[in-house]
Each structure stands twice: as C-alpha cells, then as structure tokens.
Design a protein around this ligand. Sequence first.
Ligand code: NAD
Length: 330
Amino acid sequence: MKISMYSTKPWVRQSFAPLAEKHGAQFTWLEPRLEISTADLAIGNNVVCAFVNDQIDASVMERLKQQGIRLVALRCAGYNNIDLNAASRLGIGVVRVPAYSPYAVAEHALGLMLCLNRKFHRSWARLREGNFSLDGLLGFDMRGKTVGVVGTGRIGQVLCTMLRGLGCKVLAYDIAPDAALAATGVEYATLDRLYRESDIISLHCPLTKDTVHMVGAKALAIMKPGVMLINTSRGPLIDTRAVIRSLKSGAVGYLGLDVYKEEQGLFFEDRTNQVIQDDVFVRLQTFPNVLITAHQAFFTKEAVDNIAETTMENIKEFLETGACKNLVSA
Ligand code: NAD
C-alpha cells in the first residue's frame, strides 16, 4: 500500500511511521492540505490519507481518480468535508475512524466548562503579572446545574456520565434517543426545552444539513440569560455572528469553542508572525468569557494511537477485500 499522507504534522508522522513495517506501507509525507491545487501530489500512490480540514470535493475526487487513487482514508470521525456522491460515482472508497477515544473529546468539553466557569485562563494570566485579586473570578458550583447535551452518541454519552458524577441534572436531545442512557438518570427532552432550561449547553451531534446553525438567533433568543455554550463538534453548528451579538448583550455568559466555522484557514498552523485577517475570529478573542482551543479535543496519546492503528487496518481491509467495516457511504 502506497499512501499519500496529507496535512502531515510531526505528531501524525510519529504515530503512523512505526506502523509502516507491520502493514507493509510506504508513506509519502505531505504537509499541505488536500485541495484541488495539491491533489496532483498524490501521484504514484493508491491511497490518500486525509484529516478534518482537507477539502475533498468533486473536483478533487476526479483528480484523485486520474492519479489512480482507490481509497480516501480519513484519520478522523467526521466526514462532512468529503463529497461522498462523487466518491461513489468514481468508485473511490472512503473510510473513517468512527471511534478512537470519546473520552478525549468529552473530557475536553468538560475542561472548557470548568475553565470558563472558574476562569483558570484569567487567573493564570493575572498571577504572572503579580495580580492576586479575585475580582471578576467568581464561579458557580456545577452541582445542581442543568446541562443540556445535544447528541448522545459516543462522546455525548461519556460527557453525560461525567456530568452526572458532578451532580448536574442532565437534559439530552438526540434524533435517536438511547434508552440505556435514559435509564442512568439522563432526561431526554425536546430541543426547545433543552435550550430553555439549560445553564450549560454542549453540542455533540454531527454537522449535517439539519444541524448547520442549529445555534442561531432563534435558538439563542429562548436560552437562559447568561447561558454557557460549548462546541467541540463542528464549527458551522453555531452561527458565530449571532453568538457575538448575544455575547455583547450578555445573553450568552460564556462561550467555549474547540471548533470554528472558518477554522480551515487558521487552525493547525503557527501563525505567530501573521496578521489574522478573520475579523469575526479576532472579535471572539476580545471577550473575557470566550475560550477557544484549536481543534485539539481529540488530541490525547490514546486517541492518536487508536487513529493510526484503525486507519491502517481500514486501508489494509479495503485494499485486500474491496470492503471495510468503516466504509462511509452517501
Ligand atoms: P456519534 O455518531 O457517536 O454520535 C452522534 C450523535 O448525534 C448520534 O447519537 C446521532 O443520533 C446524533 N444526531 C445526529 N443528528 C442529530 C441532530 N440533528 N440533532 C441531534 N442529534 C443528532 O458521534 P461522536 O463520536 O459522538 O462524535 C460527535 C461529533 O463530534 C462528530 O460528528 C464530530 O463532528 C465531533 N468530533 C470532534 C472532535 C474534536 O476533536 N473536536 C473529535 C471527534 C469528533
């Protein structure tokens, strides 16, 4: 198997390179993202391995087909960046890693909640300046608060369990509620009720045409004043401009993001010496009650190792049998 590894970072190489011998793989390490201008770099290989911000639309698929690519192996769970219809029309398989560590992402979501609540980021910065004042650092007990979890799949379920452990009341919404989770004391509710009653809302559903801007002006209008919003799922679930208006009015009290609608042009790169051109992102960073991490919720040792191992198994299975349990279809 000859694999073009797009969006290669040092950690990608460190996790995949040791598996080359075991799986008989030859890697071509490519730093650029996969998009139309870089698709030709896949020449000479039969598999492309891509990540969350690679843009694999119909034109890229067609170019990959011309290069002899048989498989696009995503080293992530979400597949909203792929044109699956084009893949199926061209006979290119698409595989993903559906689960690698739901704990990593759920723990990160909880971390954002606790940090925003108790303002670790602000007190850390203050202490370095010799400011030991507590003014503005008042938090609240998590115990007894109502947390709304939207999407109770692998990650949402782990988060629900952790929140129950903290003594929170957990309201959940999912298009396919899970009876076993409900039996643990998590209460399923309508999305409308979840929005109205939750002190904290955390998003864990996939990006689909139904979930784009699910948190927009209409939803924000019915949320509790001062609500905390957490998004570790996909950026477009939130209408960022609408949330900024609610942050300015105080209707949203806290915002924790690990994903951002326009993250493709920002995340995963060192931009220390650049002027950030995205004014919406820069505005978000001016709020003391907004905490942003750059799509790192998945980033634990366990998750990264599982991603590499499962990706290699997916590729092997597909190339040997033409099928794979982790195949994604339109
Ligand atoms: P999952 O497939 O196990 O669960 C998703 C859940 O969302 C399912 O229960 C599904 O029924 C539900 N759902 C689908 N459409 C819905 C809708 N319209 N409204 C409410 N619920 C809906 O997925 P998961 O492993 O729990 O991951 C959830 C999401 O987290 C992924 O789609 C991905 O976008 C994101 N993610 C982010 C990171 C990160 O590093 N930030 C890492 C992994 C996954």
